[in-house]
Write a protein that binds this ligand. Structure first.
Ligand code: B1M
Length: 214
């Protein structure tokens, strides 16, 4: 079995240093060498971002460094996107995705979107800091069967509950399945707020989302 650890370490390092151009070349080199796209994502990109996260927490790096790492992450993910999608999959339906009100983190949301698209589902992306009204409008104006909510802050997790309550109040709760995720979110929190599904990562989010179109 081939060892791609040097490729993954290089990608992780470039991400941490925010090298938005070089990282795309490194991702392409790893693909050419035969590294599995899902491993490039997990062992290179997500691993690098979690090192940055630890440094951010300990006050060793600050918002500007995190932002340039985020830009590198977005470039590298975009380069990886075609390789994560299943070839020739026809759309089976539509899902809505956003990061909830008050929350600007979009890297995880973008990865979840990319993986769901890779399973043949069209995704309407409502962006970040997204309030219930916008989500209600999107549910009314599309044939989406699933609403995916991402939250990265302990202070914004409750906005996922607000969306579920707003869907109930609008008489739309039975029309869609609600999936929740993001670093602070747990299965017990999802149960507590009445979500239909929680998944800890983008790959399992895509799998569960696809199961709602069976
Ligand atoms: Co922020 N931030 N941040 N930040 N930031 C965290 C989340 C934090 C944990 C850092 C820390 O202290 N260690 C901390 C939150 C603490 C808490 O609430 N307990 C924090 C903080 C405090 C803040 C600010 C308040 C800082 C400040 O301004 N003082 C501020 C808040 C701004 C706001 O949102 N209102 C802030 C700002 C920022 C930046 C703008 C600088 C930047 C975001 C850039 C961007 O997203 N475009 C940023 C970043 C990058 C981070 C860290 C370092 C990395 C987050 C990330 O992208 N991870 C983060 C530390 C960390 O997580 N270790 C941190 C990689 C990404 C792939 O993982 O998003 O978890 P994640 O997604 C995963 C899973 O969670 C899951 O799948 C993904 C991939 O497998 N998933 C789902 C996500 N959504 C899902 C939905 C699903 C299912 C699975 O179903 C629907």
């Amino acid at each position: 079995m081939s060892d791609y650890s040097a490729n993954f370490n290089e990608i992780s390092g470039l991400l941490q240093r925010g090298k938005a151009k070089d990282i795309v070349t490194a991702v392409q080199n790893a693909l050419t060498a035969g590294a599995p796209p899902a491993d490039i994502l997990e062992k290179g990109l997500i691993a690098g971002m979690s090192i940055i996260g630890g440094k951010f927490k300990r006050g060793e790096v600050f918002v500007p460094e995190v932002l340039i790492a985020a830009r590198a992450m977005n470039n590298a993910s975009a380069a990886l996107k075609p390789y994560l999608a299943e070839a020739g999959v026809k759309p089976v339906g539509t899902a809505i995705i956003c990061t909830v009100k008050g929350d600007l983190h979009d890297i995880g949301k973008n990865l979840v979107k990319m993986m769901i698209e890779g399973r043949g589902i069209e995704v309407v992306d409502l962006g970040v800091d997204c309030g219930s009204d916008k989500i209600i409008d999107a549910v009314k104006n599309t044939d989406a069967r699933v609403v995916c909510l991402s939250a990265l802050l302990t202070t914004t997790m409750m906005a996922q509950k607000d969306v579920i309550e707003a869907l109930k109040a609008a008489g739309l709760r039975d029309r869609v399945k609600v999936m929740v995720g993001g670093a602070p979110v747990t299965q017990s929190f999802a149960d507590e707020i009445g979500a239909d599904a929680f998944t800890p990562d983008a790959a399992s989010a895509a799998e569960v989302c696809r199961s709602f179109y069976a």
